[in-house]
Write a protein that binds this ligand. Structure first.
Ligand SMILES: [Zn+2]
Ligand SMILES: [Zn+2]
Length: 69
């Protein structure tokens, strides 16, 4: 499946987001956008969504944030 541009409707704040994962957003690598949805798969292209950062440091930061530290 490919991007059907359905994701455009799910992008908050025009895509300019600070710490998107801390805001509960998920990233689709195929659509290359952060989506505001709770699906495991992209509702647009069906790709598995990332909900943690790739960068280990950012990942650790997110973990601490979610723990409330
Ligand atoms: Zn898409
Ligand atoms: Zn997608």
């Amino acid at each position: 499946m490919t991007c059907k541009n359905l994701c455009v409707r799910l992008i908050p704040c025009g895509g300019k987001i600070q710490n998107p994962y801390q805001q509960g957003l998920r990233y689709c690598r195929r659509c290359e956008v952060y989506l505001k949805c709770s699906n495991i798969h992209c509702p647009c292209c069906g790709l598995h969504l990332r909900f943690t950062p790739v960068d280990p440091l950012a990942k650790e930061k997110l973990r601490l944030f979610l723990k409330g530290e």
